[in-house]
Design a protein around this ligand. Structure first.
Ligand code: NCD
Length: 298
């Protein structure tokens, strides 16, 4: 069992941790979890330096519904704009004795360093291109609810893999449970160093054959620094956008996932149903309740 103080990356979780969190999330989804006040008298600070809809709102609803006092710091009017650096800001907030800091920020992989300066639980809500563990837990929960087992499922992750923290966390988590991971992307948007990956394709039609799960990713323009990674969005959609014709190469039972925000007409066509995508949002809320609950005993 992990030390259960911080959730910074999938590597912080054992198989037991994942199973316990999913079990708790299942109870929250069915309103069966008895702990509406599990976070009573606890404080949760949401510190989001990058834009967010799903993750921020679901952490806020989750924490409030478990009885916590929740502070979502308005970054644009915070002292970071007076030159305070991230480490000092986090140390300052920690001095107010919160129980959790839920943090999203644009630098990859600095949360381990920040964690050394706080006594509360630090929960990663997305750090640069590095990790987004609660999104991967939500995606795992959706896949395991729609499929009999994760082991040997063919899971195709398609899109801007190079810049995607969702891809990295999902690859690590799904591999722990024996999924077969296939990456599909233009050569400019793939990262070659993925020891866990089973295959890499530059053609969506090739990669998608017999897929059980297709996970689409947004082009992360905010991380491209105006670099030229694709000829045009139109060309990207022609080659890598999922439409009904390309989807017909997957198994008929395949599910189509997307962590959101979705850009229809770029990574997915408008005629593809979004029922599983909305399930990811709903299950994401249950996962955030479960994560806050699970880490409440540290
Ligand atoms: C993702 C993120 O922020 O990493 N969204 C999310 O949390 N649901 C993916 C994205 O922004 O494309």
């Amino acid at each position: 069992m992990s030390d259960r103080k911080n959730l910074l990356s999938i590597q912080d979780l054992t198989i037991d941790d994942v199973e316990n969190i999913i079990k708790l999330a299942g109870q929250y989804l069915k309103n069966e979890a008895a702990n509406g006040h599990i976070l009573k008298n606890k404080a949760v600070i949401n510190l989001f330096f990058e834009d967010s809809t799903r993750t921020l709102v679901s952490f806020e609803i989750a924490a409030k519904s478990l009885g916590a006092n929740v502070i979502t710091l308005p970054i644009k009017s915070s002292s970071i704009n007076k030159g305070e650096n991230l480490k000092n800001m986090v140390k300052t907030l920690n001095a107010m004795n919160p129980d959790y800091i839920v943090i999203r920020q644009k630098n990859s992989g600095i949360l381990n360093m920040l964690a050394e300066h706080v006594s509360c639980s630090l929960i990663n809500a997305g750090d640069g291109s590095s990790e987004h563990p609660t999104q991967a837990l939500a995606d795992y929960f959706v896949i395991s609810s729609n499929k009999k087992q994760i082991k040997d499922l063919k899971i195709v992750i398609c899109g801007d893999i190079l810049h995607s923290r969702v891809a990295r966390s999902n690859i690590r988590l799904l591999k722990m449970f024996g999924a077969k991971i296939c990456l599909v992307a233009p050569p400019t948007l793939i990262c070659r160093y993925f020891p866990e990956v089973d295959s890499v394709h530059y053609s969506l039609i090739e990669g998608i054959k017999d897929a059980d799960v297709i996970m689409l990713l947004r082009l992360q323009k905010e991380r491209m620094n105006n670099g030229c990674f694709i000829p045009s969005e139109r060309e990207y959609f022609r080659l890598y956008g999922l439409d009904l014709r390309k989807l017909s190469y997957a198994k008929p039972s395949a599910i189509v996932m997307h962590p959101g925000p979705i850009n229809r007409g770029i990574e997915i066509s408008s005629d593809i149903a979004d029922n599983v995508i909305l399930q990811q949002v709903k299950f994401g809320l249950a996962i955030r309740k479960a994560v806050l609950h699970y880490y409440s005993s540290c």
